[in-house]
Design a protein around this ligand. Sequence first.
Ligand code: NAD
Length: 334
Amino acid sequence: MVGQTLSEFDRFALRAAGFDRLEDMHAVVMGGAGFLGSHICTWLVDCGARVTCLDNLITGRPDNVAHLLDRKSFRLIDYDVTDFIHVAGRVDYVLNFASPASPVDYLKWPIHTLKVGAFGTHKGLGLALEKGAVFLLASTSEVYGDPKVNPQPESYWGNVNPIGPRGVYDEAKRFAEAMTLAYHREHGLATRIVRIFNTYGPRMRVNDGRAVPAFFKAALENRPLPVHGDGLQTRSLCYVDDEVEGILRLLLSDETHPVNIGNPEEVTVLELAETIQEVVGNYPGIEFIHRPTDDPTVRWPDVTRAEEILGWKAQIPLREGLERTLPWFRQLVG
Ligand code: NAD
């Protein structure tokens, strides 16, 4: 795993993937102290890039990047990216990961979620334009809403309820995609859009309301795992290292249109709950609870474009990824 200590094997793998091109580059990572953003920052620093992380810490934590704080090539700035962004000197990449991302968070901060998706993306695009940098938007599979096609290819326009409670997140990301492509078309800005499917791994918050932390917590505490509805809705979960590698490959590509990055191993939520019980080695059973409004019935990425354009596909099967994640939750819950 790429992280705090880079092995010879990791170095070799990064060079083979062309990531040595990131050496001495300056990347601004918006939302870099969150779950995914902190992994992105770590990979970028490990690849020899200089990283400026802008984060207002609404859902992120300095602890997520604590291992980077004594590196000269990394700095964390407490900043709300919905305000004008000024960064001195050369900037080569601007990556926008800033947004509450779990349903619990965006239902708690609906206006902020809309603002950061819209104004935050606009400010990040402005910075990239000023600096002649490449801009990458962390978009989401939620732009497909409750999809009528399965798996979801990038060409699918989605089935989103704009005025439902989840609309604040889905529509903010759809607006952000439209704004990103507008900057590409009107200003010729180099832009990338990654549609991220559910990602899990170390540094997730235990109470963030997503299925993986909720199931680990319950299993470790020997309480029944809280499954929404009948649990037959499907999800496709990608281990964080796979996800980050796909995102960085996209960053270094020339692809302007959205690319799905996710693991196409589709499972029902019930199957996920069963696998987590097996991984933890506790079998407290299932508690069926109310299913949230507009919760998608299926979620399964069509990753044909990622394979063709980026030569990328997820390598870590669900069970193995959950085993790698277990120590993180054991430490938090234990
Ligand atoms: P997260 O909540 O852990 O990280 C988001 C980060 O953005 C936090 O550190 C938060 O403090 C920061 N932030 C929010 N508003 C901000 C603002 N106005 N100014 C500065 N910083 C701000 O969530 P995550 O899971 O790491 O998601 C990161 C990005 O990836 C999000 O844009 C999300 O939409 C996208 N995404 C994540 C997943 C996933 O499975 N984790 C799936 C699809 C898309």
